[in-house]
Design a binder for this molecule. Structure first.
Ligand code: ADP
Ligand code: MG
Ligand code: MG
Length: 874
């Protein structure tokens, strides 16, 4: 097996094998960009290492050969005392996991070679600085020496000065101290064999794939757990050689807004890690133009080349060694949801991609993010301070100052904002738990910013007016002190930080959907409009909405719904109408029952008429009453107490109590509900059908165009549907609306398995995937999500809750069977889905594949479903 690839052998499409970093380094080499030479050890080697607990047998020899070639290219040998080659050992998985895994720089320095480096570079300070960095990074990442041990030692020497002010002598002294710390914590001396350093670092990078924070990040981002990481061995270039050296990161466009320009941070006389870690404050990349015009110009040209080549926003890492520019990393950069739309639209205008490609690059999940409300900060006065708008959104919560506290409070249901000087990968659990993240240091490329953007979480970073006192659990801002538990609001779109709770307002995207903003109101709205229009042109799937009121229906229609896929009728029996349902249940004989139904009929008729008006000309699928009737009665306990403690007996209460006792069920969800109810209580479904027919006639009389469809819930056998259908057809004929489509939900597994029979009596099917999932798996949604689901996710029984994304293998199979056998029996059968999966991006894709005619989802999910349906058709 080939485990090692020279950079010259790879390319950007080999991410599976070389990881993103390795594949893109190779691609830059192919483009002729200045990349320090090196090679990549594959993810396959990592997987085998993790499985066997040791490197694959052939690996060492292959590394030998590639190292020899690298040494030949560089004209130096790894760690050679007189003139050492140094390398970095860098992680790099298929999907970028910022800061999650390990990298060790300056590998190859030893007590002997540090002198060679000093002599060769003519810079003794630099050599000792590099050596102390190696011992520190190696100790921490390879040997688990606690980082603070080194930091404390360094702080003692440094005092109030910056790290660049440390003298050669002090650095030499620090190296001695660091070696002692290393020996104390590991029980061995710092390794003096350069090749051993490199191999140990390689294994540590492999191991870091399974570090706790990496595992957590992958679960959060839904990255598969079994990919492994590649390891890149890269010849070192030195940004810490003096003032004409430095290191930086940059984006080809603003990752928060998509605006074109130069975005990045630069730090003179430093090595890569310093920028991200916020050791010193960076300067904006523009200032490099003054500091080193030649390198700046070269960098701009390279960034243009990369954008053109990747046809997308790229982020990069670079280092300048004594006036010479080196590229150390690039990738298609993470960006905010808004920027994703705007940039794609810009790239279309620039002729780099076409509209379909722009659509392909979006996701429903991102569009959903853009529909969250934003702050209404017109009347809230001055912000407490302003930081860098790193990841948009409006977050309100109580200030907490460490990750563990954030997790604790969130578990109690508190909303919290995690406030830190800067974050590091150990803060990840707190970042996940928090509503938003606020830091006093670091720019748009800091850990906090990058990770928050990836998670779609609000973040304001680099608010340097904040004096964060983590130990004292408080932050002082221009004289104001905010303590743990105080409410603050942060605006990730403007960077503003407010004391207290700021009210929120609908997002511009939602205002556009509502018709309150024109499609060209701003660049984001324009981009969303453009790409959704494209999605509508492309999609095969219809998109309807689940709506129970005229108001919801009207809104969903503005959001692009092409009808109602599910109108529930149960809420129409609540409130003051509950008394009527009680009368129906307690009715003594058919006359009384009919009386109760007669009272409900006109109310239902008005309910339906309102919805038909809102959805004029579009189909409205009305589901006949579904839940068990006792849901409309008071709870047993409450009634029993009332009856027992009544001063004088109340016959009505007593009758109710008797009814509730009679109707009590062990498993109400598997009990008397849906079509069963319709068949057992004569007249109930009939009343609803009559109300639908009369409402339709009424609206038609007004000049409207009502399109009702009648849907029967919980059918498991065709005989059930036939019985309901016969009765309904009689009533429809009486009311002069014969021909109204009558269909059924497919939500009981037996219905899916006998779909061929059921289709004989159905004009349409609509998958009730909530019940189908519940009954297919045999667990009750209301009970399980809070109990054993987290364990199931941990065990990998499923990667995501089957109530969130349809389980393709099992429940999806039932869907496919029902579609196939239903259509076989009745080719013109219309088929949709009305469970919550209808608005889930992954599931929409599945329903498209399965050949459904439409999905139906809540009004707010309608644009998401339109977008995903469009993407599914590409
Ligand atoms: P991460 O994935 O966490 O960004 P990297 O492997 O990119 O880790 O490395 C960490 C830092 O070290 C980056 O800033 C990178 O640019 C820098 N770096 C890595 N390799 C070299 C090298 N060969 N020479 C100089 N700097 C390097
Ligand atoms: Mg990097
Ligand atoms: Mg159901």
């Amino acid at each position: 097996t080939k485990y090692v690839y020279d950079f010259a052998e790879g390319n950007k499409d080999l991410k599976d094998l070389l990881g993103g970093k390795g594949a893109n380094l190779a691609e830059m080499v192919r483009l002729g960009l200045p990349v320090p030479p090196g090679f990549t050890i594959t993810t396959e080697a990592c997987r085998e290492y993790l499985a066997a607990g040791r490197p694959p047998d052939e690996l060492a020899a292959q590394v030998d050969a590639h190292l020899a070639a690298l040494e030949a290219t560089m004209g130096r040998r790894l760690g050679e005392p007189a003139d050492p080659l140094l390398v970095s050992v860098r992680s790099g998985a298929k999907f970028s996991m910022p800061g999650m895994m390990e990298t060790v720089l300056n590998v190859g320095l030893t007590d002997a070679s540090v002198h060679g480096l000093a002599a060769r570079s003519g810079n003794e300070r630099f050599a000792w600085d590099s050596y102390r960095r190696l011992i520190q990074m190696f100790g921490k990442t390879v040997c688990d020496v606690p980082g603070e041990a080194f930091e404390h030692a360094m702080d003692r020497v440094k005092g109030e000065r910056a790290d660049v002010d440390l003298t050669t002598e002090e650095l030499r002294g620090l190296v001695g101290e660091f070696k002692a710390i290393f020996a104390e914590h590991t029980g061995r001396d710092f390794p003096q064999d350069p090749r051993e350093q490199m191999d140990l670092a390689t294994n540590a990078v492999f191991d870091s794939w399974n570090a706790e924070r990496a595992v957590l990040y992958r679960r959060q981002e839904r990255i598969p757990a079994d990919l492994g990481t590649a390891v890149n061995i890269v010849a070192m270039v030195f940004g810490n050689l003096g003032p004409d050296s430095g290191t930086g990161v940059a984006f080809t466009r603003d990752p928060a807004t998509g605006a074109r320009g130069v975005y990045g941070d630069y730090l003179a006389n430093a090595q890569g890690e310093d920028v991200v870690a916020g050791i010193r404050n960076t300067v904006p990349l523009q200032e490099l133009e003054q500091l080193d015009p030649k390198s700046f110009a070269e960098l701009m040209a390279i960034m243009a080349t990369l954008e053109g080549h990747y046809r997308d926003l790229c982020d990069i890492e670079f280092t300048i060694e004594a006036g010479r520019l080196w590229m150390l990393q690039t990738r298609v950069g993470k960006r905010t949801a808004a920027a994703a739309f705007i940039i794609a639209s810009q790239l279309v205008d620039e002729g780099m991609i076409d509209l379909d490609e722009a659509l392909r690059r979006q996701s429903g999940a991102r569009l959903a993010q853009l529909m969250f409300p934003t702050f209404d900060d017109k009347d809230v006065g001055e912000p407490l301070a302003k930081g860098i708008a790193a990841s948009p959104g409006a977050a309100v919560g109580r200030a907490v100052f460490d990750s563990a506290r954030a997790v604790e409070e969130a578990a109690k249901g508190e909303k919290v904002i995690l406030v830190r000087r800067e974050t590091n990968p150990d803060d990840l659990p707190g970042m996940i738990a928090a509503q938003g993240i606020l830091t006093s240091r670091g720019g748009k490329t800091s850990h906090a910013a990058v990770v928050a953007r990836g998670m779609g979480k609000t973040c304001v970073c680099g608010a340097d007016a904040l004096e964060v006192d983590t130990a004292g659990k408080q932050v002082t801002v221009n004289g104001t002190t905010v303590r743990e538990g105080d409410l603050i609001s942060i605006d990730g779109t403007s960077g503003a930080i407010f004391l207290g709770e700021v009210p929120v307002q609908p997002s511009p995207v939602v205002r556009y959907f509502d018709g309150d903003l024109a499609p060209d109101a701003d660049p984001l709205v324009a981009a969303v409009h453009r790409l959704l229009t494209r999605a509508d042109e492309r999609r095969r799937l219809g998109v309807r909405t689940n709506a129970d009121t005229g108001e919801d229906a009207a809104r969903a229609r503005r959001f692009g719904a092409q009808g109602i896929g599910l109108c529930r009728t149960e809420h129409m029996f609540l409130g003051e109408r509950r008394a009527m349902v009680e009368r129906l249940i307690l009715a003594d004989g058919p006359d009384e029952q009919q009386h109760a139904l007669d009272a409900l009929l006109p109310l239902q008729r008005d309910d339906f008429a309102e919805i038909f008006r809102a959805m004029d000309g579009l189909p409205v699928t009305i589901r006949l009453i579904d839940p068990p009737l006792h849901e409309f009665l008071p709870p047993l306990e409450e009634l029993a107490v009332a009856v027992a403690t009544a001063e004088t007996p109340d016959p009505h209460q007593e009758a109710l109590l008797a009814a509730v006792r009679r109707m009590h069920e062990q498993n109400p969800m598997l009990g008397l509900r849906g079509v069963r109810l319709g068949l057992v209580i004569p007249g109930l479904f009939g009343m609803q059908v009559r109300a639908i027919a009369q409402a339709a006639a009424k609206v038609r009389g007004e000049g409207g165009d009502p399109r009702p469809e009648i849907m029967v819930p919980l059918v498991g056998a065709v005989q059930e549907l036939e019985a309901v259908r016969a009765d309904a057809e009689r009533i429809l004929a009486e009311e002069g609306t014969a021909g109204t489509p009558i269909g059924t939900m497919i939500e009981v597994p037996r219905a899916a398995l006998t779909a061929g029979q059921i289709a004989e009596a159905a004009d349409f099917f609509s998958f009730g995937t909530n019940d189908l999932t519940q009954m297919g798996w045999g667990f009750s949604r209301d009970d399980v999500e809070g109990s054993f689901f987290s364990r199931y996710l941990e065990l990998g029984v499923f990667g995501v809750s089957p109530f969130e994304t349809l389980d393709r293998d099992g429940i999806g199979r039932l869907v496919r069977i029902a579609v196939q056998e239903g259509r076989q029996a009745r080719p013109d059968l219309k088929i949709g889905v009305c469970g919550e999966h209808g608005g889930d991006p992954e599931s929409v894709r599945f329903f498209d594949e399965a050949g459904l005619d439409y999905v139906s989802c809540s009004p707010f999910r309608v644009p998401v479903a339109r977008l995903e349906a469009g993407r599914a058709a590409l």
